[in-house]
Ligand binder design. Structure first.
Ligand code: NAP
Length: 553
């Protein structure tokens, strides 16, 4: 018996570190790590000790012989990785069996002087990137951390980005939550940098500041009609079903039978899945109450995904498409409008992305008609929107393909073409990439200021990609500290905490956050749900306040 890594792999490589026989690849040291969609266990060397399964932050690792039905393909997917030339970096197994005592030369990428004083570091943003940086600082240095978020609750995209029907992925939040109440962390949630405090004030009270603010805006299609009612960004839709306080509960109209999603990244797949998933299944998740009730009344039964490239270049990961094939009650269909699509799917080798579509129904839907009965997701490759049509709201989308332009009737358009970073007060900004220019995480021209996550490298990569990204930023920060290159803070960090209290009495701390957590979990318990989220700033703040006996620091 061996273990296998499955759909929810976050690739943060926690498993790699605990494997006693180095059977999980690619490792962060291997070139393929930068582009892999998931990690794989080599069945030839796995000794089935289960250490990886215990350590996995998202419950993605199971014994290969007891995989749930929908995950059974993963035994072969893991094994196939090691037959592939792309895995050439993975070492051949030792014919004598695993050698527990084969140690390599020790390397010490970070060496801190013995008398290194604890650094005072502010981290702005409590999503995965910020929290991996915090974890690194707390576990590997004696740093004291000030943790800031503009919302009165922590989590970033773990709370507001991960789809509600992906509870295993959300589990990584428990790993991060360990650090919220850490004795060397002081948390200020609901504190807006730029309004409540300036970047200069944060810098003046800390040795270093790490911005982990993500990419909160969305890319634009720049086509006529994009602003019509009924055309919304996937970013807004995701925020809506995840109970983000900025999303209006009645902000999504689901009265149309057909929805078009532009883009075919994992966000596009998430929104398509949520639009068609069985509401009774969603009712067991932490989906926003307003979204659940709108989805129960939804008329949407067909979702068309428009992708400008072919199935061999799809932006989604294989694992997410595989999951879509198993979505109960929803058919997956490929629009066969362009001969290149069938060619690419038929020619795909077993490990190619397009191979996942082998055996999937092909059809040529008549886009002038209402959708056929039943619920289905249609993948339309080699096709781009050129205009959104409608007098009052979206009625149809004109699309361009090899065979020319045509119109697809649809009443809802979701733009899932990627997130975009927004300028951070006081930091330089690269308008082209929507990122902050940096070298190894150090913000250009601003000693003591660092970036991590999507605002550093752009909006790509799942949760786990932030772990290595954070390690790089923290390493740069520590090297700068050792080199004496950090500007000395002008004020004590304690003075910053007093300043915060003067500026914003509603700021939530670790105890307030724990009160929110308790309240949400309690609300969910009676309904058999993991939690029912508080969906407004007012509710979050008052719950934190009540939980702290009416006092907020
Ligand atoms: P993404 O993976 O970059 O996909 C963006 C999609 O938009 C691509 O299909 C892209 O097409 C298309 N696109 C961009 N500009 C376009 C235009 N002007 N016209 C038409 N199509 C356009 O972005 P994402 O889906 O927002 O995901 C962001 C990151 O989060 C990804 O790394 C993703 O894997 C990760 N994520 C992971 C999960 C998960 O693991 N379950 C869930 C959500 C997000 P091209 O490919 O042709 O450029």
């Amino acid at each position: 018996m061996t273990y296998a890594i499955t759909q929810t792999c976050c690739s943060d490589a926690t498993c790699v570190a605990v494997c006693p026989v180095n059977c999980i690849h690619p490792t962060p040291e291997e070139r393929a790590f930068g582009s892999t969609e998931m990690l794989h266990i080599d069945p030839r060397t796995c000794i089935a000790c289960g250490a990886c399964a215990d350590a996995c932050p998202v419950d993605a690792i199971f014994p290969a012989d007891s995989l749930p039905v929908a995950q059974q393909e993963y035994a072969a997917i893991n094994a196939a990785y090691f037959e592939d030339t792309a895995a050439a970096e993975a070492p051949e197994p030792d014919p004598a069996g695993p050698n527990f005592h084969a140690w390599g030369e020790p390397t010490f990428p970070r060496v801190l002087p013995a008398d290194f004083a604890p650094l005072k570091v502010a981290v702005v943003g409590t999503g995965p990137a910020g929290m991996y940086a915090v974890q690194d600082l707390l576990l590997h240095t004696s740093a004291e951390v000030t943790l800031i978020d503009r919302l009165p609750v922590a989590g970033g995209l773990v709370r507001y980005g991960v789809a509600p029907d992906h509870p295993a992925t959300k589990k990584v939040g428990e790993t991060f939550a360990r650090f919220h109440a850490h004795p060397r962390v002081r948390m200020h949630l609901g504190l807006d940098v730029g309004t409540d405090v300036t970047p200069e004030e944060i810098a003046a009270h800390h040795d270093a500041v790490i911005y982990a603010v993500g990419a909160s805006a969305d890319r634009r299609l720049a086509i006529p009609g994009e602003e019509l009612p009924g055309s919304i960004s996937a970013t807004a839709f995701v925020a809506w079903y995840n109970a983000h306080p900025d999303a209006a509960p009645d902000g999504v109209d689901l009265s149309a039978e057909r929805a078009i999603v532009v883009g075919n990244g994992n966000v596009a797949l998430d929104v398509a899945r949520i639009l068609l998933a069985d509401p009774d299944t969603l009712a067991r998740t932490d989906i926003a109450d307003h979204a659940l009730s709108a989805l129960r009344d939804s008329k949407v039964r067909e979702v068309v995904l428009l992708a400008r490239r072919g199935p061999e270049h799809a932006a989604y990961t294989k694992s997410e498409l595989l999951a879509l094939k198993h979505l109960p009650g929803v058919d997956l269909v490929v629009d066969d409008h362009d001969p290149r699509i069938a060619e690419a799917v038929d020619a795909a080798g077993a490990k190619d992305k397009a191979a996942v579509l082998q055996g999937v129904t092909r059809a040529r839907p008549d886009w002038d008609l209402a959708p056929e009965p039943g619920r289905r997701i249609v993948l339309r490759f080699h096709c781009e929107p050129v205009e959104v049509l409608g007098a009052e709201r979206v009625d149809a989308v004109r699309v361009a393909a090899e065979a020319g332009e045509r119109t697809v009737r649809a009443g809802l358009l979701l733009r899932a073409i990627g997130y975009r970073g927004v300028p951070v007060a006081g930091l330089p900004f690269d308008e082209t990439g929507g990122t902050v220019p940096h070298a190894g995480g150090r913000v250009e021209g601003q000693p003591g200021t660092y970036v991590v996550g999507w605002i550093k490298r752009g909006p790509s990569g799942g949760i786990g990609a932030n772990r290595t990204c954070a390690a790089e930023t923290v390493s740069t920060l520590l090297a700068d500290a050792v080199a004496g290159a950090l500007p000395a803070p002008r004020h004590a960090t304690k003075a910053f905490h007093r300043l915060v209290r003067r500026r914003n009495r509603q700021v939530v701390d670790a105890r307030g956050l724990a009160a929110i957590e308790r309240a949400e979990v309690n609300r969910g318990a009676s309904a058999g749900r993991p939690r029912v989220k508080l969906a407004t700033v007012a509710e979050l703040v008052s719950t934190a306040r009540a939980g702290r006996g009416g006092l907020l620091r």
